[in-house]
Design a protein. Structure first.
Length: 203
């Protein structure tokens, strides 16, 4: 999408320029399927990537065409959902997403016409969906360019290392925001770079 333009802008920052010398990310291909990605995100909470993928695959296999349409999901017995590795709480959260998607007509929702803030205000009404989940949807599902998930532990770790931050709590948030200001309007790309850089050997 806008990756080359974003990289050019971010490389003006000396710290990110150093990150870019040995860190590469691929262009995003956002699906735009907010409903499906919300389900995936809930299943993935507090699990390793491998475990989450296994459980989500088993979950999807419960439905025709491997797609958890809202109506059959809502009517499915909790025991069936638990049988594929979901907790009672996650089963309830998945049904919450399905009911909310139906009530708000997600199939015909004009996501592209909505602001980042309006999407977050809408989705956070769903019990089981928090601020972090809405930020992941904005970045990876809708391809919004300027999302900075300040509460993400990985981003915090990367920012502490990259910028030498020693603050904590609210002061850490303020310092992170200050350092990220010059990354606008491409903070989503900056975040993806930081995640990738943090996980590399000897970043």
């Amino acid at each position: 999408m806008y990756l080359e333009e974003a990289i050019l802008h971010l490389s003006k920052d000396a710290r990110l320029s150093a990150v870019l010398r040995n860190t590469r990310i691929a262009p995003l291909e956002p699906s735009g399927n907010v409903y499906y990605e919300l389900l995936n995100s809930i299943v993935s909470q507090q699990l390793s990537t491998r475990a989450a993928n296994t459980i989500f695959s088993r979950f999807c296999a419960l439905f025709p065409d491997n797609y958890p349409m809202p109506v059959p999901l809502i009517s499915m017995q909790t025991e069936q959902l638990r049988a594929v590795g979901l907790s009672n709480q996650k089963a309830a959260y998945l049904k919450n997403v399905a009911a909310f998607a139906l009530d708000n007509n997600f199939d015909n929702m004009s996501w592209n016409s909505m602001s980042d803030e309006d999407i977050q205000k809408l989705l956070i009404q769903i019990k089981g969906v928090g601020k972090w989940t809405t930020e992941m949807v904005l970045i990876f599902t809708l391809g919004r360019p300027d999302i900075f998930p300040i509460d993400d532990f990985g981003i915090q770790q990367a920012m502490i290392k990259l910028c030498g931050l020693t603050s904590t709590g609210k002061n850490l948030h303020n310092d992170m925001l200050q350092h990220s200001e010059e990354w606008r309007p491409y903070r989503s790309t900056a975040s993806r770079l930081l995640w990738r850089w943090k996980d590399q050997p000897n970043p």
